[in-house]
Every structure is written in structure tokens, then in C-alpha cells.
Design a protein around this ligand. Structure first.
Ligand code: S3P
Length: 174
């Protein structure tokens, strides 16, 4: 069964996901890196040369790629929720977890490099507020990540362990 982490840029999807996957013996997938590998260029270059819509098509391809794999813990890109079709593919192939980090904490430590949409704290705030209802809508479960990283990793590991006990291998509730 796959686990998909959704949430805004800087919410900790990749940081927490990579560490938790190791402990849980799951394959970790950073979807931004998968998009870059499949397109053969960085996300910044994709935005610059072809625009956001083109990038979103590549992102949807990556969603379909990862959904075909098994036992994957994937950190999605913050904008994956913009397309309902993406979320349908994810929901059918796994469990969706919203990594809920307060905006103030995100703004305090986000690295803006390589994130073409995050031009500054004002833009980030606007995107955060606009998308929050979408993260809530698509969240199968929500995990608060409002403290230290190590704490967030522990919470995530515990959560996934419990979820795995509840679901069979196809992601259907046992
Ligand atoms: C985006 C988030 C990024 C990346 C791209 C667009 C977004 O991923 O997919 O820059 O629209 O929120 P992270 O959430 O991993 O930063």
C-alpha cells in the first residue's frame, strides 16, 4: 500500500517522508525529483521554458507512475491538489496524509530556491491560504507538524504503522 504526503511547500513532506520511509522499510519517492528525472530538467527550468501548465502535465504523469508502484511513501509537490484527476489516482492507489504545518513555521524556515512559485513570503501566504481548503478536502488523515523535525518524523512513523494495520495491501479498509 502506498502513502502519499500532501501539503504546502515547506510543510515537511520530503524531510519527514524520507526519514520515515527508511525506518518503515518503504520505498521513498520525492515526486518533484521524479518529475525532474522524467522531464530531464529541473522544475525551475520547466517553468521558465514551458510554463506552469506544462509542468502540471509532467506532474500528473509522475502521479500515474508512482501509483503503479507498491509500498511507496511519496512526498508530492505542493500543487498536486490543483488537479482533481491527480487526487483520484492517488486516492485509488493509497492513503493520502496531509502534513499540516502552521504558516508561521513554514515561513520561518522554508528554502525558496528551486521553487519557482514561491517568490517571497507574501506569495507563499497567498498560495497557502488559497490551497488550504484543498489539502483539507483531499486529506484521508491529517498530521500536525508544528514542532521539531524529529518529533514530526516520529508522529508520521507511528501514524503510518497504525494505518498499515487498518488497510489491506490495495489500500482498502480491512
Ligand atoms: C509547487 C510545489 C513544489 C514543486 C513546484 C510547484 C507548488 O513542490 O512541485 O515548485 O505549486 O506548490 P514542494 O511542495 O515539494 O515544494
Amino acid at each position: 500500500m502506498n502513502i502519499y504526503l500532501i501539503g504546502p511547500m515547506g510543510s515537511g513532506k520530503s524531510t519527514l517522508g524520507e526519514k520515515a520511509a527508511k525506518v518503515l522499510g518503504m520505498e521513498y519517492c520525492d515526486m518533484d525529483r521524479l518529475v525532474e528525472a522524467q522531464a530531464g530538467m529541473s522544475i525551475s527550468v520547466q517553468f521558465e521554458r514551458f510554463g506552469e501548465a506544462w509542468f502540471r502535465d509532467r506532474e500528473s504523469e509522475a502521479v500515474r507512475t508512482v501509483a503503479r508502484r507498491k509500498n511507496v511513501l511519496a512526498a508530492t509537490g505542493g500543487g498536486v491538489v490543483l488537479r482533481e484527476a491527480n487526487m483520484e489516482v492517488l486516492r485509488k492507489s493509497g492513503v493520502i496524509l496531509f502534513i499540516d504545518r502552521p504558516l508561521a513555521a513554514i515561513l520561518a524556515d522554508i528554502d525558496l530556491s528551486g521553487r519557482p512559485l514561491a517568490e517571497g513570503s507574501e506569495k507563499l501566504t497567498e498560495i497557502y491560504n488559497r490551497r488550504l481548503p484543498l489539502y483539507r478536502k483531499y486529506a484521508g488523515y491529517t498530521i500536525k507538524n508544528d514542532g521539531a523535525k524529529a518529533e514530526g518524523v516520529q508522529t508520521l512513523i507511528q501514524f503510518i504503522t497504525e494505518i498499515k494495520e487498518k488497510y489491506d495491501d490495495t489500500g482498502t479498509k480491512a
